[in-house]
Ligand binder design. Sequence first.
Ligand code: PHE
Ligand code: NA
Length: 509
Amino acid sequence: EASEKHGFSTRRAFILAAIGSAVGLGNIWRFPYVAYEGGGGAFIVPYLVALLLAGIPMLFLDYAIGHRLRGSPPLSFRRVSRKAEWLGWWQVLICAVIAVYYAAIIAWAVRYTGFSIDQSWGADPEAFLFGDFLQAAETPGPTLEVVPGVMIPMVIVWLVTLAVLALGVQGGIGRVATVFIPLLVVAFAVLVVRALFLPGSELGLDALFSPDWAALGDPSVWVAAFGQIFFSLSVGFGIMITYASYVDRKTDMTGSGAVVAFSNSGFEVLAGIGIFAALGFMAQAAGVAVSEVVANGIGLAFVGFPTIISEAPAGALIGLLFFGSLVVAGLTSLISITEVVISAVRDKLGLTRPVAVAVVGLPMMLISCLFFGTTGGVYVLDTMDTWINSFGILVVAAVAMLLLTYVWRALPALADHMNRISSIHLGRWWFVLVGAVVPFVLLVILGQDLWNRLETPYEDYPASLLNTFGWGVVIVVPILAVLLSLLPWRSGLSLEDPGEEPSSRGPDE
Ligand code: PHE
Ligand code: NA
């Protein structure tokens, strides 16, 4: 079968591509803050519990589905059961939603890499970000006023991503990961070492690592740990299903998964050290406590770091390394989410790869630019990001685990498949975790989150914004998924479980 050779050419290429997907903005700007808020040094307990009990077992489930059923999420689920296809489309649509806003953040990082050279943000990085750069509208909500300084780099980010995808699984995705992931690790390590030598860095590390054991009694800390692990590992919404479908039958998948998971966590801890070292410097320079300078996501990367870069010796170098790392980490993740959508449409319609890239990618680019290359973008982005992360990713993961376990009864065949060639045996522990513990924990987490959201309006944004881009999106997505699953298959691919057939991924070129 010709198709096998169009997947990843080696296990190494697959592992690097999977790390490329996992290591993203979540590691660099989300983890340090979540860990600090979640008890500092004590956060290691919920974090490891979430990683070992939920993240890795879920990663193995995704790998098993993609590697055995050899399709994009809709095709793989269709091969599990005639009634399961919609679940695959639900995952695909979540990926599409994430992709359109993720591209905007990468575009900002592209601009800030350039701004670092002469510190264009001047004395007030916050005013510069929301005023000069984003030109954020007065009232939160979408607008049609284009901001060229944001939209142009967005177009570039999209064209690069689509070009890589047009080059194919190995020629594009695999090759980019093989070159850029090692580069990213080196650049980021240099940044961390540089940060550790800044005066005051020890204050930041103290703030990050001093344990607050009382935090372990706070359920929201556990919520945060599970949310972080799912987002960070890119599990439960189709990415790892898609990548695993491109991996040779004879590859040890559980061993690979462990490598990916621990690399991702290693990168997270590295980021925590580097970022808090830099924050320690910033606090000392300003003569305030570290707690005063800690910020979340956008504030950390696009306000905090500019401040650090302006004050630190050789700041421009720190800027290039930090924003350059954001760009590379973000791009490899954007490539992975967009590939999920492309592979799903190809499997369904039987398009060639270049045609599918154009038919899927160009409309995604257009939507992305219209919403996030305009003056209202930042509010829409923040709302979508918050909602899709809990009521998208975590809901679809819980639903998939429950249906696969109790309705389609697919776990035994999937475990057998993985156990044929694997270094970690999926035994009873895996069934208990995937079939009972993890979905149950997720439902508890989601219930709590739902309660919080209904109690306190998010960021004081207007209800119309939250109802459209928060609740609206997460509700429309599964409905649209059901409709897509009703459309006929036009690719001619078999809809049956390929069993242990050696190949049959379907043509890649
Ligand atoms: N895992 C990525 C991160 O940590 C996030 C991501 C989200 C990647 C969606 C791909 C798709 O940033
Ligand atoms: Na990650």
